[in-house]
Design a protein. Structure first.
Length: 594
């Protein structure tokens, strides 16, 4: 493999002043790993020093926040004149290593693995989203910075370069070669459906446009932060990221209380995934008056179906996917229309795949002309089309990713962005050749480069791992034959050992009383919710009912399942990670590894 190079010195100054914005899309850990590869390519090409605004969503927020606190540590340690591209490369190398170690712990399952936390879920002011926010801080962010609160607070993220205690990026970046970026973490408010933004300076909704005629507008908190209630001044980075990555249905909304009040009624903000509003995060860059854009889009794109299911639930889910796809398309189309293609570097997981055009059927029962295909071009950047297609279908989850999965996503982002960023560097930023000779980094400056032979010439075992990586559950059973056989054997053993009881269960019917009780519970739930909205005086009835639901669903059931979750983390999770190690892949395909 050819040696990778970066510039040893500072890049040539741009001929014209531009403001570079970087958007990191949502898409769970799949997006996070893809973004790492793209950041590595930006570091190699000396582009990270020019970024002035970073807008993140969901999985992009998880990695964007980690990148930002590393940048804070770097830019506060060295004078501007001493910051080189080598520092950015080393920074991304550290992120590659540390983030991989954290993800292998299986953060999604860890949210259910603590007895104390599960029991705490019975409280109205605590949820699964609060706990995963704590895990983000403890496992990913807290160890990077010294002399900060535990957990890290958003207001502690302001960057003050040496000798500049009153530095303000919008005013003082013009004189710097290594720009101090602003971080914008995007979420969505369930209350009114608007975009909610966290920065080191403030938090609040994007100011509504003239077309937004909702009856209430929540004014963004004052930038001084001093006027915010005391309990909101210490809003943690982990909770900001947790709100941005709060996937609907997978995690409950993350609540903020005590920030707004309408007359005598408190407004309890409920924040969900930023991808509900804008999964690419480009609107924040436009509002920050960026003139050039790098957009890394690893979000899930709607798949085409020849015969969509027509049941009530499948149609509902498919309609939601269509709505999300329409939002994504319109946001990106608007960006290209208003900014021009030369000012945008855009990467997405379906880039380089084939597109088929299918004609209608004529009177003779045959298509009026053969299917025309725009051929796949992903091999131009070193990725086989079959691999690119599978990567675009990888799960958007927060569970453990194996080395094969993670390295493939990172290298995909790295390879895909290479030529796109080179063109962008010249056309958008006006950056010519580097002013210094290239600095050799060796054959493998990034660990993920080792997966390159399989991505270009995939083997059956490698493709199988990527196929299984698209599933959210039961990956271990698909990947490990002996575990699958043992599981089937255990099920058979249980059936044989308890056959009389199993037979009785099959012969029995569900008592009508249980069905009636379940129906009554649903009816009471709807009735109390409706009464509380229509007649506020009846809210006292809703409180004990909600408390009962929290005790049963959010606390009691997870507490009972905690031992099984820990058993999975200690026994099954290591087996999956071992199966997906790069060394294991090499041992199965020695010719490819050579």
């Amino acid at each position: 493999m050819a040696a990778q190079t970066i510039t040893a010195g500072l890049p040539a100054a741009p001929e014209k002043l531009e403001k570079l914005g970087l958007a990191l899309s949502g898409g769970g850990f799949r997006a996070s790993f893809f973004h790492i590869g793209m950041l590595a390519q930006m570091a190699r090409q000396g582009l990270l020093r020019h970024v002035e605004v970073i807008s993140t969503v969901s999985g992009g927020s998880i990695i964007g926040a980690l990148y930002y606190i590393h940048i804070k540590k770097l830019l506060e340690a060295l004078p501007d004149s001493e910051v080189t591209d080598r520092h950015y490369v080393e920074l991304v190398q550290n992120i590659e290593r540390d983030f991989m170690a954290a993800v292998e712990l299986n953060i999604r399952m860890l949210t259910f693995a603590n007895f104390k936390a599960n029991w705490k879920m019975r409280r109205a002011d605590y949820s699964r989203s609060d706990y995963i926010s704590k895990l983000y801080n403890d496992l990913i962010y807290q160890s990077v910075l010294d002399n900060v609160s535990k957990p890290i607070q958003m207001r502690e993220l302001k960057i003050y370069p040496p000798g500049q205690p009153n530095f303000y990026p919008k005013q003082d970046n013009a004189s710097r070669q290594a720009k101090v970026p602003i971080l914008v973490i995007n979420a969505t408010t369930l209350n009114d459906g608007r975009n909610w933004r966290f920065t080191a300076q403030t938090m609040g909704e994007r100011f509504p446009t003239g077309s937004d005629q909702k009856p209430i507008r929540l004014i963004k908190a004052d930038p001084s932060y001093a006027v915010i209630a005391a309990n909101q001044q210490c809003f943690s980075l982990g909770h900001a990221v947790g709100a941005s990555a709060c996937v609907p249905a997978l995690f409950p909304p993350l609540a903020i209380s005590g920030l707004y009040r309408d007359s005598e009624e408190d407004i309890r903000l409920q924040l969900v995934d930023g991808g509900v509003h804008d999964n690419q995060g480009v609107r924040s860059l436009v509002d920050e008056q960026c003139t050039c854009f790098i957009v890394s889009d690893a979000s899930g794109q709607m798949q085409v179906e020849s015969e969509p299911a027509t049941g009530a639930l499948p149609v509902l889910l498919r309609s939601n996917s269509i709505g999300q796809d329409r939002v994504r398309t319109e946001v990106l189309d608007r960006l290209f229309e208003t900014q021009g293609g030369d000012r945008i570097a855009f990467m997405n997981l379906r880039q380089g795949l084939a597109i088929r055009e299918i004609a209608w059927i004529g009177p003779n029962g045959q298509s009026v002309h053969p299917v025309t295909t725009t051929p796949a071009t992903s091999l131009d950047f070193g990725v086989h089309p079959d691999v690119q297609a599978l990567l675009s279908k990888l799960r958007t989850d927060l569970d453990a990713f194996t080395e094969v999965e993670a390295y493939s996503l990172m290298l995909d982002g790295y390879f895909m962005s290479d030529k796109t960023l080179q063109n962008f560097r010249e056309k958008a930023l006006g950056l010519g050749a580097a002013t210094a000779a290239p600095l050799e980094l060796g054959d493998s400056p990034w660990r993920f480069l080792q997966i390159a032979p399989w991505m270009k010439n995939p083997t059956p075992d490698y493709l199988k791992q990527l196929q299984v990586a698209g599933d959210t559950f039961f990956k271990a059973l698909f990947l490990i034959p002996w575990l699958r056989a043992a599981s089937i054997g255990l099920i058979v053993l249980i059936f044989v050992a308890f056959w009389p009881q199993v037979l009785a269960l099959f012969k029995s019917t569900v008592p009508v009383s249980i069905l009636a009780l379940a129906a009554l519970g649903l009816l009471v739930d709807r009735m109390l919710s409706r009464l509380a909205k229509t007649y506020p005086i009846t809210k006292f009835l809703l409180a004990p009912w909600e408390a009962l639901k929290r005790w049963v669903v959010r606390a009691a059931l997870p507490v009972l399942g905690t031992p099984f979750i820990n058993l999975y983390l200690k026994l099954i999770n290591p087996l999956v990670l071992k199966r997906g190690r790069l060394e294991a892949l090499k041992s199965r395909d020695p010719a490819q590894a050579g």
